[in-house]
Design a protein around this ligand. Sequence first.
Ligand code: 13P
Length: 251
Amino acid sequence: MRKPIVAGNWKMHNTVQESIALAKYIKDGIAGTEKTEIVLAPPFTALYSVSAVIKDTKISLASQNIFYEDKGAYTGEVAPGMIKDAGCTYAIIGHSERRKYFYERDEDVNLKVKKALATGLTPIVCVGETEEERVKDVTEFVVGVQVKKALFEINSLNNIVIAYEPVWAIGTGKVATPMEAEEVHRFIRGVLSEMYGSASTDIRILYGGSVTPENVGELIDMEDIDGALVGGASLKPDTFLGIIRKVSEKK
Ligand code: 13P
């Protein structure tokens, strides 16, 4: 049985005080959602403060990125150990915005996944095709390569979460239909099954891209969709709680 996850990626939003207020609101509103795991990914500056708010609750903390070295002269980067020290147990890795604006390659994603695992952080590895790639009908090829390269030389799927986020659905309001998403999730599970055998049945694969309380129910009904990675809607407290509740009712 795969426990569903609803993760909120706040991206580059919220001051420390705003982050604390949002985390408190969510903490106070999650009664009755025991069946769902909740992860919050505030900006780096608010990680430690949010970790204090969610201490002793079932809410977990994620960073939105990590670097793949432990320490050193890497101006502007944040080491996995520092992330963990700030209270994180998860790290989002390879988000399409990092790939697009900061030129992260699959090789970087792989180094980061390895370092996250070595540090005791659970990576949430993001993959997904662009609109152009979908139109050209190369979605499976693109996503397959991203998955294989991200997990290169990693010999167990323990403590790994995958997020399928079609780039064309991120921040656009153009959500993938449940079937479109399910097809790619099933494909990813198939790729993992070739790589890891039966362990692939336990890995959680989240969908991300314009998720709302209105569309999450149908998505989560799909067999291979194990939760949601939510951007914009995670910044609105009641909307995010609505998504969490919907997932808890369904799975
Ligand atoms: P939106 O929910 O705003 O489309 O963003 C999805 C996302 O990128 C989560 O990581």
